[in-house]
Design a protein around this ligand. Structure first.
Ligand code: AMP
Length: 279
């Protein structure tokens, strides 16, 4: 695996490999099986698999969250070598955002709801860094997890609106045997908390079951989910939302496919999950 930190070196390599099909998996590191599932798909479908590890300061609205984000570079490099990744791009924040950096890429409609409510400016940071990465790397295909479903929709719109010749692939959520969606943030949980956090997926499955039995009122479904999650007193719900799957606007009465998303705090750790339901 070639490890590159400098932007011009990646550009040089890309020029040399201009005939190759590059598949790109952007990550913030502290890699787990969820990331690996994306990477395996990228390796299978492309000539070259490039992974980035970059904890993007621009997408953190909370500096303490940025400071405590897990960083496991040595371990990550071992995992990527073992998987057979071709290129690891690991830029420094100062190179991505030099002192005179003065541009923001913003999605106007999808940035302020759900994750954007609590994490102000988060998606501006995501869009800005990905625009830079796409311009540096020229990938043909990029891989994103359904776990960050709002991010996936934002990236699809970014690629469409800015005419990138890139295919955006959404990959299924990788869960542990209890249903907890894998996340780098789970590293901050104790084993007991990890077990209790399974209630999040259970609440999504409960919602699915209620809908399959004919319930159409989002308020009733959300109330039942809250009741279940509140059985774990140390979990504080940030939001539970039932929205359409394109604009992420709230749906009061379920008539077609919907997205149920949630975010909670387990102590200081924020966890998200979602499920798409077709009644
Ligand atoms: P992150 O390092 O958290 O920014 O995640 C990098 C990519 O991996 C994003 O596209 C995430 O949606 C995806 N990802 C993270 N966790 C999972 C998971 N449990 N299953 C599938 N994809 C995931």
């Amino acid at each position: 695996m070639i490890i590159i930190k400098d932007i011009p070196k990646i550009q040089e390599l890309r020029k040399l490999q201009s005939k190759q099909i590059w598949g790109f998996v952007p990550t913030m590191g502290a890699l787990h099986q969820g990331h690996i599932s994306l990477i395996k798909q990228a390796i299978k479908e492309n000539d070259v698999c490039i992974v980035s590890i970059f904890v993007n300061p621009a997408q953190f609205n909370d500096l303490s969250d940025l400071a405590k984000y897990p960083r496991k570079t040595e371990q990550d490099i071992g995992i990527l070598e073992k998987e057979g990744v071709d290129v690891l791009f690991m830029p420094e924040a100062e190179d991505i955002y030099p002192r005179d950096f003065n541009t923001i890429v913003k999605n106007l409609n999808l940035s302020d709801q759900l994750e954007g409510m609590t994490r102000k400016g988060h998606f501006d940071g995501v869009c800005t860094v990905l625009t830079k990465f796409f311009n540096i790397i020229y990938p043909q295909t990029v891989y994103f997890g359904q776990k960050d479903v709002q991010q996936l929709l934002v990236v699809k719109k970014l690629v469409y609106d800015l005419n990138y010749n890139i295919t955006v692939k959404g990959c299924p959520i990788f869960r542990d045997s209890n249903g907890l969606a894998l996340s780098s943030r789970n590293e901050g949980l104790t084993l007991a908390q990890i077990r209790s956090a399974a209630v999040l997926f259970q609440s999504l499955l409960l919602a699915k079951k209620i809908v399959s039995k004919g319930e159409k009122k989002s308020a009733i479904i959300i109330a039942k989910m809250e009741q279940l999650i509140n059985q774990v007193p140390s979990i504080k719900i940030d939001y539970i939302a039932i929205t359409d799957v394109v604009k992420l606007e709230p749906v009061q009465d379920i008539a077609g496919g919907v997205l149920i998303s949630l975010a909670v705090y387990f102590g200081s750790i924020r966890l998200i999950d979602n499920i798409e339901i077709i009644p």
